[in-house]
Every structure is written in structure tokens, then in C-alpha cells.
Design a binder for this molecule. Sequence first.
Ligand SMILES: [Zn+2]
Length: 200
Amino acid sequence: MAFSPLVDELVESLRCLPGVGQKTAQRMAFHLLERGRSGGTRLADALSNAMTGVRRCESCQNFSDTELCAICENPSRSIGTLCVIESPSDLLAIEQAGDYKGGYFVLMGHLSPIDGVGPEEIGIERLVQRVGGEQVSEIILATNPTVEGEATAYYIADRLADRDILITRLAHGIPVGGELGYVDGFTLTHAFRGRKPLSD
Ligand SMILES: [Zn+2]
């Protein structure tokens, strides 16, 4: 169906968003054209500016408008600790928790040989170089507790095994306020393995 090349192009373009199929894209396009013109114009400007202006931080690979991101530029962050995560949303979650004051390294994915994603694609060489060039004393491997996330963590730990640094992995376990009876067996096993003395 083609009643307007401009509308068709808008619908097709919206389909690049995750989880947006033909019907949803049509609904979005019609909404913007019928009732959301100012929002649509703002969206178009923001998209255009972000697509040309946002780059990757030279140091941590996170999205940034400048060569170094605000966290890497912040002199009050401890550069001795580096937290390795899969995505910028992980960084936001940790920052919102508010307790961590070290640096980050954002992989923008995980190792996935089937999809052709190797160490080079997610910047592990860059991470190894950074660890060699800075006074890093601890690497916190905070990749997701999935098969790929675990494999990525083990790979990085292996690559850094000959360095004189502490390599730690985030503990997985019982959610705060949770009850043992409702926790799945995999999580419970991890929690047992990650147990620590009560005095900590
Ligand atoms: Zn950075």
C-alpha cells in the first residue's frame, strides 16, 4: 500500500527500532502526523544531532559527546578500580545505585562467536591496554549472569591473569527482601558458591 512516499518512508524508518513491526510503525507515524507534529520535529532534530554527535569515549567506550565522557573526566572517581559491563544501561543502573565511585569499561555487548562477535569487536584488547597503562588494582567483572556474560567474564579474567591485579566478579544470589523458597535453583547455587563470612 502506497498512498504517500513520505509516509511510507517514515513507517519504514521507524521499523529500525527494536520491537517495532509494520503495524506499530504505522501507528507511530500516524500519531506523529495527526497529533504530535511538534514532538515529531523535536524527535527528528534529536535523532539527527545524536546520530552525528554521539561518539564512544576514548577511555571507557561509553557513549559520549566528547573525546572523554563525564565519568572518565571526573577527577574524584577512583581510577584504581575498573568495572567491566556489557551496556550503557548497566552503567546507569550502577550509577543510580550510587555506591560505586570507580571507573568503567563498557563492552557494548558480550562474546558471541555464533554472531561473529569476538574479543576485538567488544574492545577487550583496548581494555587490556588500558589496564596496562593505568594504575588499575582491581577489575570488577560485572557482565550479565548469562551463559555469554559468564564466558566473556572468564575470557577477560584469563587475558588479565598474568597481571598483578585483583579480578572480582559480582556476587549473584538471593534478592534483598526475598525468600529462599521462591528463588530458582540456578540462582541458589550461585548464592551458595558466592557465600562469605558473616563478619564482612
Ligand atoms: Zn569514559
